[in-house]
Design a protein around this ligand. Structure first.
Ligand code: 13P
Length: 255
């Protein structure tokens, strides 16, 4: 019943893939396949492809997102991009706290929290990533890790601003490995996150809150994952780079 309160969001995370020319081609292929989607469709692309993506999706049901942003509006932060720069060109979404940023680029729960707040202030929709490593799962501390990541990231987010946040539960061991969490494993953590949102805010906010799953979601396993009560969409890596596969996931979310 609660699931019906939420519109699914299928977002592609292209990571460090595609040039602007290839972006135009891929979006051109995705467009006709998802035009009747009954879910929100987002493509999160590398910075240099944002403008192309925005031009190519104009007048369509596809929204464009970035893969990260800094917490300051401007300043001496070589190599960084501010949320205001993103909104100035029409970007609507931003992924924050992806495990690859945490793992390879020193992202911490504190910097994730700062980025989340800055993105919300600029008017972006945030896709906040949380998830445990294999070692953490094996030590049976998945819930503690996900709880801590979520609580710190949302520590200064008001109930009003929470409407512009989505959480993507992405178990690190399932990313790019072909090892998907089972539908049961994924739903268990998503439902834990929803309870946490109810504790931090209230039941109404929790029922309306979109929680995606990410980690080797593909055209074959999407339907089963998306059928789960607390899985409201997906953050898709590899499969989002193939138009027919991405479209099949969008179709599964539209049922
Ligand atoms: P894969 O779908 O390639 O496993 O990547 C998932 C992911 O990290 C999305 O953000």
């Amino acid at each position: 019943m609660n699931k019906k309160l939420r519109k699914a969001v299928i977002a592609g995370n292209w990571k460090m893939n595609k040039t602007p020319v290839e972006t135009a081609e891929l979006i051109g292929n995705i467009k006709p396949l998802v035009k009747n989607a009954d879910c929100d469709v987002v493509v999160c692309v590398p910075y240099v492809n944002l403008q192309t993506a925005i031009q190519c999706t104009e007048g369509t049901n596809i929204k464009v997102g970035a893969e990260n942003c800094h917490w300051a509006e401007s300043g001496a932060f070589t190599g960084e991009i501010s949320p205001q720069m993103l909104t100035s060109i029409g970007v609507e979404y931003v992924i924050i706290g992806h495990s690859e940023r945490r793992q390879y680029f020193g992202e911490t729960d504190e910097t994730v929290s700062m980025r989340v707040n800055a993105a919300l202030k600029a008017g972006l929709q945030v896709i906040l990533c949380v998830g445990e490593s294999l070692e953490q799962r094996e030590k049976n501390i998945t819930f503690e890790i996900v709880s801590m990541q979520t609580k710190i990231a949302l520590q200064n987010v008001s109930e009003e601003d929470l409407k512009n946040v989505i959480i993507a539960y992405e178990p690190v061991w399932a990313i790019g490995t072909g090892k998907t969490a089972t539908a049961k494993q994924a739903n268990e953590v998503n439902s834990f996150i929803r309870e946490l949102i109810a504790d931090l805010y209230n039941t109404k906010a929790a029922n309306a809150f979109v929680i995606q799953y990410g980690g080797s979601m593909n055209a074959e396993n999407a339907a089963e994952l998306l059928d789960q009560e607390d899985i409201d969409g997906g953050l898709i890596g590899g499969a989002s780079l193939k138009a027919p596969d991405f479209a099949k996931i969008v179709e599964a979310a539209s049922r």
